[in-house]
Design a protein. Structure first.
Lengths: 245, 245
């Protein structure tokens, strides 16, 4: 499986993805599921992918136009006039790749489906985040629902819903995402470290910090080690339940 | 969907179930998913059910032998020599009911499947809890895995894993389950109040407390209202994340 989150803050955007891919539990690999395109001063776009690895890699290659010589490449994500149009392009490519595999050749046990989060900013417009479905359509994050999750979304959702605040700084948002990812990693073997983090500060039109967080990251270790105790203390601090009154 | 948990404590057993059943989101009802058989001084057995309502109700009716006149009923769960044998009986009945519906008549969109938790104590033996699969086989809770969840298990699992302690009292265990159920109710519309709670104290061979917890239960309200704040405080208490060191 996979776990990826794209989050909208007042200050900008934060993206986090895990790196585990698996075919069953006996065939496990590490692949980056985050891809960033940048034209400094004009646009920064980050894509998170969940689903069939052949599908997601094909989508990124097609968006990159890697079938052409480097000098002939003219990726439309770098030229599209708006984030809405970019989400539509990603959706079209994704739908095409899935359909190309779905109806021909041998039938596999697993599906060719994939889901993606795409977000970023283009000069003169606001930053936006979209969730793109395998059918090619998409929805946009709003103030009511300021983040999207894809992959194994359930374990990490309660803390996101409760502790997210649009006024958070980038480091606080990464801390929140680390708690959400840590809960997921502890419950689902198909989500695993290292994690990729990408931030984008509104208006800079340049990629923000990119960090790869490994098991040895001292901040991650401190957060992970302390979260169990903090949760237990939170539980103890709650009012008691009593039968019969 | 459904959410049910059966929990083993040093002091005994605790069971909790929600009451929402749904066929789509536009056909929602309230049904009890907890059933207790008691022969004071000899045995107490509690069954929790998740899955197709026609299947789970049929299983309970068959276990109860409701097709016979009351004076002729001789439910085997009240006579079986061990909890292991009772789990096997539940499994056999469950498998039969599913198979009887699965291969005849009109095909429905939804499956006839169901999963059950059965636990209790028979005189002279230890209390035991089993998880019974739709295939009719089953597994038993051990010290390593002292609880079973069925239905929508993911949202409520992280707090159970982290705050469960076998030395807990019944009221503390119910408080823990309320937090776990509250997280689930807040994330999945197909799990809802009221909740049924049943406790069993080891060695008593008599049913313990049964409580139905509604939205107006003051303890539930206090726990639910305070959990968001407690979680946020737990999050704030964690060490900070910093980029670049």
């Amino acid at each position: 499986m996979t776990y990826c989150v794209g989050l909208k803050l007042d200050k900008g955007l934060v993206f986090m993805s895990d790196t585990r891919t698996n075919a069953g539990v006996d065939n496990v690999s590490t692949f980056k599921k985050m891809h960033t395109w940048e034209v400094p001063g004009d646009r920064v776009i980050t894509l998170l992918t969940a689903g069939n690895l052949a599908t997601t890699q094909a989508v990124i290659s097609m968006l990159d136009e890697r079938s052409k010589a480097p000098e002939d490449r003219n990726p439309s994500v770098l030229e599209a006039p708006s984030m809405f149009r970019i989400a539509a392009i990603v959706g079209e490519v994704l739908k095409e790749v899935i359909q190309a595999n779905a109806n021909v050749g041998q039938k596999g046990d697993s599906s060719f489906s994939a889901t993606m989060i795409i977000g970023g900013q283009i000069k003169g417009m606001d930053p936006r985040i979209f969730l793109v479905y395998p059918e090619g359509n998409f929805i946009e994050a709003t103030d009511d629902t300021p983040f999207f999750q894809i992959g194994e979304t359930k374990y990490g959702k309660p803390i996101l819903v409760r502790a997210y605040d649009p006024g958070m700084g980038f480091e606080e948002a990464v801390k929140l995402l680390l708690v959400s990812f840590d809960s997921t990693v502890k419950s689902n073997l198909s989500v695993a470290l290292p994690f990729d983090v990408q931030t984008y500060e509104t208006g800079t039109l340049a990629a923000g910090r990119h960090v790869r967080i490994t098991e040895n990251n001292p901040h991650y270790k401190a957060i992970s080690d302390n979260w169990s105790d903090a949760l237990r203390e939170a539980f103890v601090s709650l009012p008691d339940f009593r039968f019969g009154d």
